[in-house]
Design a protein. Structure first.
Length: 171
Protein backbone atom coordinates (compact mmCIF):
# COMPACT_ATOMS: atom_id res chain seq x y z
CA UNK A 1 0.00 0.00 0.00
CA UNK A 2 1.25 3.46 -0.68
CA UNK A 3 1.64 6.19 1.87
CA UNK A 4 0.60 8.82 -0.58
CA UNK A 5 -2.58 8.48 -2.62
CA UNK A 6 -2.02 9.77 -6.10
CA UNK A 7 -5.23 10.58 -7.93
CA UNK A 8 -3.55 10.37 -11.30
CA UNK A 9 -0.32 9.04 -12.66
CA UNK A 10 2.62 11.38 -12.98
CA UNK A 11 4.05 11.03 -16.48
CA UNK A 12 7.56 12.38 -17.02
CA UNK A 13 8.30 13.67 -20.50
CA UNK A 14 11.25 15.49 -22.03
CA UNK A 15 14.47 15.04 -23.95
CA UNK A 16 16.91 12.17 -23.71
CA UNK A 17 19.15 12.97 -20.77
CA UNK A 18 16.64 15.21 -19.00
CA UNK A 19 16.54 12.75 -16.08
CA UNK A 20 13.13 11.13 -16.55
CA UNK A 21 14.22 7.73 -15.26
CA UNK A 22 16.34 8.98 -12.36
CA UNK A 23 13.76 11.52 -11.20
CA UNK A 24 10.96 9.01 -11.75
CA UNK A 25 12.66 6.44 -9.56
CA UNK A 26 13.37 8.98 -6.81
CA UNK A 27 9.80 10.31 -6.94
CA UNK A 28 8.46 6.79 -6.70
CA UNK A 29 10.51 6.12 -3.57
CA UNK A 30 9.58 9.40 -1.98
CA UNK A 31 5.86 9.04 -2.62
CA UNK A 32 5.75 5.22 -2.25
CA UNK A 33 4.05 4.93 -5.63
CA UNK A 34 5.12 2.33 -8.22
CA UNK A 35 7.66 3.37 -10.84
CA UNK A 36 7.19 2.27 -14.46
CA UNK A 37 9.36 3.03 -17.47
CA UNK A 38 8.02 2.75 -21.02
CA UNK A 39 11.41 2.06 -22.63
CA UNK A 40 12.12 -0.71 -20.11
CA UNK A 41 8.68 -2.24 -20.70
CA UNK A 42 9.19 -2.19 -24.49
CA UNK A 43 12.60 -3.85 -24.05
CA UNK A 44 11.17 -6.51 -21.73
CA UNK A 45 8.28 -7.31 -24.09
CA UNK A 46 10.57 -7.51 -27.12
CA UNK A 47 13.41 -9.18 -25.24
CA UNK A 48 15.72 -6.76 -27.04
CA UNK A 49 17.30 -3.38 -26.36
CA UNK A 50 15.87 -0.16 -27.82
CA UNK A 51 18.88 0.03 -30.15
CA UNK A 52 18.25 -3.52 -31.36
CA UNK A 53 14.56 -2.81 -31.95
CA UNK A 54 15.39 0.32 -33.97
CA UNK A 55 17.99 -1.57 -36.03
CA UNK A 56 15.88 -4.66 -36.61
CA UNK A 57 12.33 -3.31 -36.94
CA UNK A 58 12.74 0.42 -37.52
CA UNK A 59 11.57 3.49 -35.66
CA UNK A 60 7.93 3.30 -36.85
CA UNK A 61 7.62 -0.17 -35.32
CA UNK A 62 9.16 1.10 -32.07
CA UNK A 63 6.63 3.99 -31.97
CA UNK A 64 3.73 1.54 -32.33
CA UNK A 65 5.02 -0.52 -29.42
CA UNK A 66 5.56 2.66 -27.43
CA UNK A 67 1.93 3.72 -27.78
CA UNK A 68 0.70 0.24 -26.78
CA UNK A 69 2.98 0.10 -23.76
CA UNK A 70 2.02 3.57 -22.53
CA UNK A 71 -1.67 2.68 -22.82
CA UNK A 72 -1.08 -0.55 -20.91
CA UNK A 73 1.06 0.99 -18.17
CA UNK A 74 -1.44 3.80 -17.62
CA UNK A 75 -4.41 1.44 -17.43
CA UNK A 76 -3.62 0.30 -13.89
CA UNK A 77 -3.26 2.02 -10.54
CA UNK A 78 -1.70 5.49 -10.51
CA UNK A 79 2.05 5.32 -10.95
CA UNK A 80 5.08 7.37 -11.80
CA UNK A 81 5.74 6.73 -15.49
CA UNK A 82 8.93 7.66 -17.24
CA UNK A 83 8.55 7.80 -21.04
CA UNK A 84 11.04 7.81 -23.91
CA UNK A 85 11.97 11.23 -25.23
CA UNK A 86 9.85 10.86 -28.36
CA UNK A 87 6.71 9.60 -26.65
CA UNK A 88 5.08 12.99 -26.15
CA UNK A 89 5.38 13.95 -29.83
CA UNK A 90 2.49 11.85 -31.07
CA UNK A 91 -0.91 13.41 -30.54
CA UNK A 92 -2.45 10.05 -29.61
CA UNK A 93 0.16 9.57 -26.87
CA UNK A 94 -0.41 13.06 -25.50
CA UNK A 95 -4.14 12.38 -25.35
CA UNK A 96 -3.54 9.07 -23.54
CA UNK A 97 -1.10 10.63 -21.11
CA UNK A 98 -3.27 13.59 -20.25
CA UNK A 99 -6.36 11.44 -19.87
CA UNK A 100 -4.77 9.13 -17.28
CA UNK A 101 -2.15 11.31 -15.77
CA UNK A 102 -0.48 14.64 -15.45
CA UNK A 103 2.32 15.28 -17.94
CA UNK A 104 5.40 16.78 -16.36
CA UNK A 105 8.10 18.14 -18.64
CA UNK A 106 11.66 17.98 -17.33
CA UNK A 107 13.05 21.02 -19.09
CA UNK A 108 16.84 20.97 -19.30
CA UNK A 109 19.02 23.07 -21.56
CA UNK A 110 20.88 21.66 -24.53
CA UNK A 111 24.30 21.94 -22.93
CA UNK A 112 23.25 19.84 -19.94
CA UNK A 113 21.53 17.26 -22.14
CA UNK A 114 24.63 16.88 -24.25
CA UNK A 115 26.86 16.46 -21.19
CA UNK A 116 24.62 13.63 -20.05
CA UNK A 117 24.17 11.76 -23.31
CA UNK A 118 27.52 12.24 -25.01
CA UNK A 119 29.28 9.31 -23.37
CA UNK A 120 26.46 6.83 -23.82
CA UNK A 121 25.87 4.61 -26.79
CA UNK A 122 22.33 3.49 -25.99
CA UNK A 123 20.40 6.00 -28.09
CA UNK A 124 19.95 5.01 -31.72
CA UNK A 125 18.81 8.49 -32.79
CA UNK A 126 22.22 9.88 -31.84
CA UNK A 127 24.22 7.39 -33.90
CA UNK A 128 25.07 9.95 -36.56
CA UNK A 129 28.25 11.61 -37.81
CA UNK A 130 27.56 14.64 -35.66
CA UNK A 131 25.55 13.59 -32.62
CA UNK A 132 25.69 17.05 -31.03
CA UNK A 133 24.12 18.62 -34.12
CA UNK A 134 21.51 15.84 -34.19
CA UNK A 135 20.66 16.39 -30.54
CA UNK A 136 20.45 20.13 -31.14
CA UNK A 137 18.09 19.65 -34.14
CA UNK A 138 15.86 17.26 -32.16
CA UNK A 139 15.86 19.73 -29.27
CA UNK A 140 14.68 22.60 -31.52
CA UNK A 141 11.88 20.56 -33.05
CA UNK A 142 10.63 19.18 -29.76
CA UNK A 143 10.85 22.19 -27.47
CA UNK A 144 7.48 23.64 -28.61
CA UNK A 145 5.82 20.24 -28.26
CA UNK A 146 7.08 19.58 -24.73
CA UNK A 147 5.56 22.95 -23.85
CA UNK A 148 2.17 21.29 -24.24
CA UNK A 149 2.82 19.34 -21.01
CA UNK A 150 0.62 20.28 -18.07
CA UNK A 151 3.55 21.06 -15.78
CA UNK A 152 7.14 22.11 -16.33
CA UNK A 153 10.13 21.56 -14.09
CA UNK A 154 13.22 23.63 -14.68
CA UNK A 155 16.15 21.22 -14.50
CA UNK A 156 19.09 23.17 -13.12
CA UNK A 157 22.56 22.09 -14.32
CA UNK A 158 24.08 21.77 -10.85
CA UNK A 159 21.06 20.29 -9.09
CA UNK A 160 21.14 16.85 -7.49
CA UNK A 161 18.50 14.20 -8.18
CA UNK A 162 17.04 15.00 -4.76
CA UNK A 163 16.74 18.70 -5.51
CA UNK A 164 15.10 18.15 -8.88
CA UNK A 165 12.75 15.58 -7.34
CA UNK A 166 11.76 18.14 -4.72
CA UNK A 167 11.10 20.75 -7.42
CA UNK A 168 8.94 18.19 -9.23
CA UNK A 169 6.86 17.55 -6.13
CA UNK A 170 6.43 21.29 -5.72
CA UNK A 171 5.04 21.95 -9.21
C1 LIG B 1 14.05 8.48 -27.88
C2 LIG B 1 14.47 8.48 -26.57
C3 LIG B 1 14.85 7.25 -25.86
C4 LIG B 1 14.20 6.02 -26.50
C5 LIG B 1 14.48 6.00 -27.96
C6 LIG B 1 13.94 7.24 -28.68
C7 LIG B 1 13.67 9.76 -28.49
O1 LIG B 1 14.46 7.36 -24.49
O2 LIG B 1 12.82 6.00 -26.27
O3 LIG B 1 15.87 5.91 -28.13
O4 LIG B 1 12.99 9.77 -29.54
O5 LIG B 1 14.02 10.82 -27.90
P1 LIG B 1 15.19 8.36 -23.43
O6 LIG B 1 14.51 9.69 -23.51
O7 LIG B 1 14.96 7.69 -22.13
O8 LIG B 1 16.63 8.42 -23.82
Amino acid sequence: SSAYRLKRSVVLVGMMGSGKSAIGRALSEKLCVPFLDSDAAIEAAANATIAEIFARDGEAFFRERETEVIARLLSGEPCILSTGGGAFLAERNRALIDEKGASVWLDADLKLLWERVRHKDTRPLLRTDNPFQTLSDIFDVRQPIYQLAQLRVDVQPGASIDETTQRTIEV
